[in-house]
Design a protein around this ligand. Structure first.
Ligand code: THU
Length: 132
């Protein structure tokens, strides 16, 4: 069970890192933070490119950092945007590779928090079972 303090800490991390988003084309900054079983937090921001299609979302950049540090499972996710935007389909699929039906908090800059879960965001997802 994740405490309210941990939730607030995760949202604060996503809010803080959002400032570093590189989004000169869309001006839509995204900050993501992943909580792991050992209590660590991995953050990510969206990184855009003049060749627009090369943009990488905040959630997937956070996953990349986590995996690079040798961690393979998330226990909660926080995403902060100006208007509480929800993760794109690609990010949902990548998140569910590394998490069960964990809490996901979608937050805006006014402090509004929408609570959902990973399986709610990507029901009937494709997974390793389909490959056997
Ligand atoms: N974006 C994310 O970082 N995460 C998502 O799940 C949705 C979209 C970014 C990509 C792009 O830099 C900007 O938001 C507008 O699409």
């Amino acid at each position: 069970m994740i405490s309210e303090a941990q939730r607030d800490q995760l949202i604060a991390a996503a809010t803080a890192v959002r400032a570093n988003a590189y989004a000169p084309y869309s001006n839509y900054k995204v900050g993501a933070a992943l909580l792991t079983a050992d209590g660590r937090i991995f953050t990510g921001v969206n990184v855009e490119n003049a060749s627009y299609g090369l943009t990488v979302c905040a959630e997937r950049n956070a996953i990349g950092k986590m995996v690079a540090e040798g961690v393979g499972e998330i226990t909660a996710v926080a995403v902060v945007t100006e208007n509480g935007g929800s993760p794109c389909g690609a990010c949902r699929q990548v998140l569910v590779e590394f998490g069960a039906d964990v809490p996901v908090w979608l937050c805006d800059l006014a402090g509004k928090i929408h609570t959902t879960t990973l399986y709610s965001l990507i029901p009937n997802h494709f997974g390793p079972d389909h490959l056997t």
